[in-house]
Design a protein around this ligand. Structure first.
Ligand code: GTP
Ligand code: OAA
Ligand code: MN
Length: 600
């Protein structure tokens, strides 16, 4: 058993593992070493049991079908348990830490009975960092253990690097489905009762009841964003829901761009974009999370703490995101809740013409006449970053890359133009703080409802969102010169025509917007100053070879005073939620905007 002969002499870790084992009472303990042999053994066990189905058309790849009630993040069951409720703020669910610990300790008691407890040592970001960001996840899910193989740097090398005393974030996860002796396990064990709890003061995460990625791969949203953002607040850096890309112009100039778009709003796609305009090159550094710190040169540098992609499957195709397709084609990929073809491959909505017959994500026969989609709208592929054919070589550099531009973006059918440049940093923070988007299937709940999603971080800010805005403003003040700060832009690929079409073709064509961004950085792009910021003129956007009507382009770029008159009250009530805690400069930005719009 793993406790009598542990592969580490880290006393606090050993004590914690012992404590959790005593509480949860697993049959055995396995310390994950991260080896290919371990991947092989765990995936084989999961296949033998039926939790994973092999995908023979892709090497070493598997499909998992979750419980139909465990398919997305559960925001209403996600808690920030700070000592003071004010520190969680009005956008988070708060519960007193003692009360939450007591409640969840009750749930964890015996919760791993009949199961194996996996101890997964992992590191978010490069192991070569000055202060590597360690975590250890204890989980009773083998699906989680193999997913962590892909999504993080993990195993023996991490445990060795932790030595006897390194700090680490404790991440405890149980699916909450103990087995009685002789009881047959479910293919996807989980519990109707779910808690995704964060103890920011102790840098600790407790997750119970769900096996779905965003709720169970605790290095990702829970550590790298919720706990990470509180660390960033305390230590002077930013943990953000951002892709990172490296852009090279035809003249060979290199720029680094980050983009914060809400879940299922285009980060993975933009990160791997294949430009449609000649001479431009995009390389990927990250598709979901960025940690932003000042470098010695006074610029903001971004690094990606993850080691894999956990991407939205539907809509991913050789026409929309060829580099994601090439990444998964190399195999070693876990698919969740997608459909299987008769010739042993995967399929999902948006992947070319639909086959005549499939096995859908619930394991049922499916034909094009079936009423439900074959894949869940939040179905995912989980695949190693190293397989990405356009991965930038700097992806493992602990310093990251210096950022030239930050894009904020949302999914809005109206109001928000294709691209707008902020006047300065504080205006950029205002744009981020008022970002809005239609909800998607990435979280449970209604889809398509417009809500404020500040910096695309609404579900991921680990503290009071007003303080978080203040931290963004302070980060700007901390710059040695405003010139060194990234320029901020607000984009919207999702504006629609009156008859409901997307006005902008998106995907690879978004390179045209990146080109305009670069021209603005270089001080030569044409723009009109509008009340909301600088927007391209139709002539300044490179639309050569683009099959797009002039009126659609105009509509995509339009700043419509009537739409903005409807938007402003929404921003006012959003800001009002924060009371005195909202930085007053954001009220000033709003007042100035109202004046420019001639609104009372
Ligand atoms: N119309 C349009 N759809 C897009 C565009 N970019 C992405 N999408 C679609 O939006 C959905 C989500 O895109 P992703 O790139 O996976 O979004 P994400 O932000 O990485 O999502 P998470 O991984 O959940 O954080 C997919 O179905 C895409 O096909 C675009 O430029 N235009
Ligand atoms: O965390 C998840 O479940 C997947 C994801 O990237 C998101 O929802 O933003
Ligand atoms: Mn993504």
């Amino acid at each position: 058993m793993g406790l009598t002969d542990p592969p580490t002499r880290h006393h606090r870790l050993l004590a914690w593992v012992g404590e959790v084992a005593e509480l949860t009472d697993p049959d055995q303990i396995v310390w994950c070493d991260g080896s290919p042999g371990e991947w092989e053994r765990l995936t084989a066990e999961l296949v033998a049991f039926g939790t994973l189905v092999p995908v023979p058309a892709k090497p070493d790849s598997f499909l998992a079908r979750t419980d139909p009630n465990d398919v997305a993040r559960v925001e209403e069951r996600t808690f920030i348990c700070s000592a003071d409720p004010e520190d969680a703020g009005p956008t988070n669910n708060w519960t007193a830490p003692d009360y939450m610990r007591e409640t969840m300790t009750g749930l964890y008691r015996g919760s791993m009975r009949g199961r194996t407890m996996y101890v997964v040592p992992f590191c978010m970001g490069s192991l070569d960092a000055e202060k590597p960001m360690f975590g250890v996840e204890i989980t009773d899910s083998a699906y989680v253990a193999v997913s962590m193989h892909i999504m993080t740097r993990m195993g023996t090398s991490v445990l060795d690097a932790m030595g006897k005393n390194a700090d680490f974030v404790k991440c405890l996860h149980s699916v909450g489905a103990p087995l009685a002796p002789g009881e047959t396990d479910a293919l996807w064990p989980c519990n109707e009762t779910k808690y995704i709890s964060h103890f920011p003061d102790d840098r600790e995460i407790w997750s119970f009841g769900s096996g779905y990625g965003g709720n169970s791969l605790l290095g990702k949203k829970c550590y790298a964003l919720r706990i990470g953002s509180t660390m960033g607040r305390d230590e002077g850096w930013l943990a953000e829901h951002m892709l990172i890309l490296r852009l090279t112009s035809p003249e060979g100039k290199v720029y680094h761009v980050t983009g914060a778009f809400p879940s299922a709003c285009g980060k993975t796609n933009l990160a791997m974009l294949e430009p449609t305009i000649p001479g431009w090159k995009v390389e990927t550094l990250g598709d979901d999370i960025a940690w932003l710190r000042y470098g010695e040169d006074g610029r903001l540098w971004a690094s990606n703490p993850e080691y894999g992609f956990f991407g939205v499957a539907p809509g991913t195709d050789y026409r929309t995101n060829p580099n994601a397709m090439r990444t998964i084609e190399k195999g070693h990929t876990l698919f969740t809740n997608v459909a299987l073809t008769d010739d042993g491959d995967i399929w999902w909505e948006g992947m070319g013409e639909s086959p005549e017959h499939l096995i859908d994500w619930k394991g049922r026969d499916w034909t094009p006449n079936s009423e439900e989609p074959s894949s869940h709208p939040n179905s995912r592929f989980c695949t190693p970053i190293k397989q990405c054919p356009v991965l930038a070589e700097q992806y493992d550099d602990p310093r990251g890359v210096p950022i030239d531009a930050i894009l904020f973006g949302g999914r809005r059918a109206t109001t928000i133009p294709l691209v707008t440049q902020a006047r300065d940093w504080v205006h950029g923070v205002y744009m981020g703080a008022t970002l809005s988007s239609e909800t998607t299937a990435a979280a449970t709940g209604k889809v398509g409802v417009v809500r404020r999603d500040p910096m695309a971080m609404l579900p991921f800010i680990g503290y009071n969102a007003a303080d978080y805005f203040g931290h963004w403003i302070e980060m700007g003040k901390a710059a040695t010169s405003e010139d060194l700060l990234p320029e901020v832009f607000y984009v919207n690929w999702f504006r629609r025509s009156e008859d409901g079409r997307f006005l902008w073709p998106g995907f690879g064509e978004n390179s045209r917007v990146l080109k305009w961004v670069v021209e603005r950085l270089e001080g030569r792009g044409e723009a009109v100053e509008t009340p909301i910021g600088y927007c391209p003129t139709p002539e300044s956007l490179d639309v050569e070879g683009l099959d797009m009507g002039e009126s659609d382009l105009k509509a995509a770029l339009q700043v419509d005073p009537e739409e903005w008159a409807e938007e402003i009250p929404l921003v006012e009530s959003w800001f009002a939620r924060f009371g005195d805690r909202l930085p007053t400069v954001l009220w000033s930005e709003l007042d100035a905007l109202k004046q420019r719009l001639d609104l009372p």
